[in-house]
Design a protein around this ligand. Structure first.
Ligand SMILES: [Zn+2]
Length: 256
């Protein structure tokens, strides 16, 4: 597979996972939907912006980082072994990057745009400030360069990260026993919704993991709460706004 094929594969998987989970969460919703559907247009608007940012910055940054070969990657780090270890490394890095986004005030200015959504479904998974998307790409690039990851590894990992993010934001109802089984290995919607708790700062500053649930156990950031049918999502003292104001928000003086 060449890089064009891998990019097509990434897009195809992303769109398929999004469409399947969007249909599934309509058929089996876990929480009652807000009557305000304008948030969906806002979230998809940010997705369009981020798709442009992805083409202009993220893909070139990833490709450039993966093109740097300092010759220090051990030969045994190839094939499936290399792919699995690269995935573990990136998932771990993204855990700490996400944690930093909550703890470092200027990073929170960007990440808050994601948390201001007053409901969660698959569209929240693509609702990020373009600044956060670019910053994330730069941070990922650092580890890609350090580990001399091949571009194929990076694209497969990004595809899985995107699929996991879509899954754990979804409003899909999963039986408690099945969800508990999945949660032993992967981050489920019930785990991640707690991270979007409107009222509890302690819960928001927990459950940072993206793919594997083990990181929150390992670094003692797992909140025990669960998603309920009337779960309050957002940030209690902060209002959601239109798309343009969301994009300007990190740069406004009053923005907390
Ligand atoms: Zn967060």
């Amino acid at each position: 597979m060449d890089i064009a094929d891998l990019l097509s594969f990434k897009s195809l998987v992303a769109v398929t996972v999004f469409a399947v989970l969007a249909a599934a969460e309509r058929l089996r919703p876990a929480a009652r939907r807000l009557p305000d559907e304008s948030r969906v247009a806002r979230n998809l608007g940010l997705w369009v912006v981020n798709a442009g940012v992805s083409v202009a910055f993220v893909i070139p940054i990833s490709a450039a980082a993966a093109g740097i070969d300092h010759g220090l990657r051990p030969a045994w780090l190839s094939g499936w072994t290399g792919l699995v270890l690269d995935l573990l490394l990136l998932d771990l890095l993204i855990y700490w990057w996400h944690r930093a986004n909550h703890k470092v005030p200027w990073l929170w200015r960007f990440h808050a745009v994601h948390h201001l959504d007053r409901f969660l479904d698959v569209t929240t998974a693509v609702r990020f400030h373009a600044g956060e998307v670019v910053l994330s790409a730069i941070v990922r690039a650092a580890i890609v360069i350090a580990a001399a990851m091949p571009l194929s590894s990076v694209l497969v990992c990004e595809t899985l990260l995107l699929a996991a993010t879509t899954f754990h934001h979804s409003n899909l109802r999963i039986g408690a026993r099945v969800e508990a089984m999945i949660a032993r290995v992967f981050v489920t919607p019930s785990i991640h919704w707690v991270h979007h708790d409107a009222a509890s700062r302690a819960d928001r500053d927990a459950n940072y993991a993206t793919i594997l649930s083990l990181w929150d156990h390992l670094f003692r950031s797992r909140a025990p709460g669960r998603r309920t049918a009337d779960f309050a999502v957002g940030v209690d003292h902060l209002e959601d706004t239109g798309m343009i104001r969301l994009l300007l928000r990190p740069f406004m003086r009053a923005s907390p």
